[in-house]
Design a protein around this ligand. Structure first.
Ligand SMILES: [Zn+2]
Length: 416
């Protein structure tokens, strides 16, 4: 990310009236909480080691089961009731949902995913290790660090005797890295039943930050149907699906609109079977990134409008679309949560930068569909996620991340 994007983000935040005012003024350091968060660092590291040592690739049914068992035990030891929901359609893994009832009224959802992008065996090649201020292991930042922050935030709150929430719901889902197909409806449902949602994807080691928007990432597949004919003897009797597909590509070049953050690109095509036959079928696939969910629908409508004017009479079209992970744009509630986080961090002498938009989406998008305020990026500062051997988290960030997380929950539970 660039310097100018920081400035943009800060300008954007300043524009939303009142966001900075109230929370910065009220912010006052909670010394007992900071001491407890600091004392919790060694236990958090031990949990991280245990989490890393259970391999949880998104397709690893054995590892995901072991992880669900582990988290089930951890949540019960915190006094939570635990529900385990298998992924639908026999997909690997299960979502683990913990619930803790308090004496207050506000409902808070904490969420992190347990799966990683790594296949079994990655741990043998890059085992758990500590080197200076860094702890290494596959998935340690994305998002096992987030799981550890959730568990130890709850430990700190419990040790402080804090129970002024109505209910804290904890969701650990098993399929974020493959689009959360099995857990997305559960995420939206739990989020809609909550007052506020805190999500624990990692932040960046070099600069702790939070993001105002992430793009939706969808796809469109089009099949063009024509008519086969001998390419030498009677090409004019055919309907050339390849030519029609090529023309469709050109007819849809105006869909891409970078100014609105709408990126549309045809990326895959396939046509024809043998050289001497007019191809009767061609397929096209497009990658679509969008910042507003209605923009995806607009893309579909524009492609369908282009179908209405074929270059070759008689060509027909079929379209299949998948909006994929939706776009996420922090609304006023989300912006207020970022401002509150910045104020809490300032109490203990640290800063959180704000980034206007990134391409990579998270489950925050599914959580936000119902309009409840969502905050993403409460995991540990890390580096090298989705790479081969060097994923790490910053060890001495643990106290401040626990403080931020616990302090947010305390405030939000009391409607502050
Ligand atoms: Zn992640």
């Amino acid at each position: 990310m660039t310097q100018s994007s920081f400035k943009l983000a800060i300008a954007a935040l300043a524009l939303s009236a009142g966001v900075f005012g109230t929370s910065t003024v009220q912010a006052q350091r909670n010394d007992a909480l900071l001491a407890a968060a600091t004392a919790e660092q060694p236990a958090t590291l031990r949990t991280l080691e245990q989490l890393v040592n259970i391999e949880t690739g998104s397709a690893d049914a054995v590892g995901l089961k072991a992880m669900a068992d582990y988290l089930d035990g951890q949540l019960k030891s915190l006094g939570a009731s635990v529900e385990r929901i298998p992924s639908p359609n026999g997909a690997p893994g299960e979502s683990v949902v913990g619930r803790m009832a308090g004496k207050g009224t506000r409902k808070i959802l904490l969420m992190a995913h347990v799966d990683t992008v790594y296949q079994r065996g990655a741990l043998a090649r890059a085992p758990w290790r500590i080197d200076g201020n860094r702890a290494f292991g596959p998935g340690i930042a994305d998002a096992k660090g987030g799981i550890a922050v959730i568990l130890h935030t709850l430990r700190v709150l419990k040790a402080q005797g804090f129970d002024q929430y109505g209910q804290i719901t904890i969701l650990f889902n098993p399929d974020e890295e493959i689009g959360s197909r099995g857990s997305k409806d559960l995420i939206t449902q739990l989020a809609n039943a909550s007052d506020v949602i805190l999500s624990y994807e990692p932040t960046v080691a070099v600069r702790e930050l939070m993001v105002l928007a992430t793009s939706g990432a969808g796809r469109v597949d089009v099949t063009v149907k024509g008519r086969a004919s001998h390419a030498g003897a009677a090409p004019e009797q055919g309907i050339n699906a390849l030519v029609e597909a090529a023309d469709l590509v050109l007819r849809t070049q105006d869909i891409d609109d970078a100014k609105r953050g709408l990126r549309f690109s045809w990326t895959i095509t396939q046509a024809g079977t043998v050289r001497n036959m007019i191809p009767e079928q061609a397929t096209l696939s497009a990658d679509v990134r969008y910042l507003r969910n209605e923009h995806f629908q607009e893309v579909i409508q524009k492609i369908q409008a282009a179908f209405a004017k074929p270059r070759i009479a008689g060509a027909t079209f079929e379209l299949v679309d998948d909006p994929g992970r939706p776009a996420f744009v922090a609304d006023d509630g989300g912006k207020a949560l970022i401002a509150k986080s910045q104020a809490i961090y300032k109490e203990i002498g640290f800063d959180i930068a704000v980034v206007p938009v990134t391409g990579g989406g998270t489950d925050a998008a599914y959580a936000a569909l119902g309009g409840k305020p969502v905050l993403e990026g409460l995991g540990l500062p890390g580096f090298g996620y989705h790479s081969n051997n060097a994923e790490y988290v910053v060890i001495d960030s643990i106290p401040r991340r626990l403080y931020l997380s616990a302090r947010l929950i305390m405030d939000l539970a009391q409607g502050r």
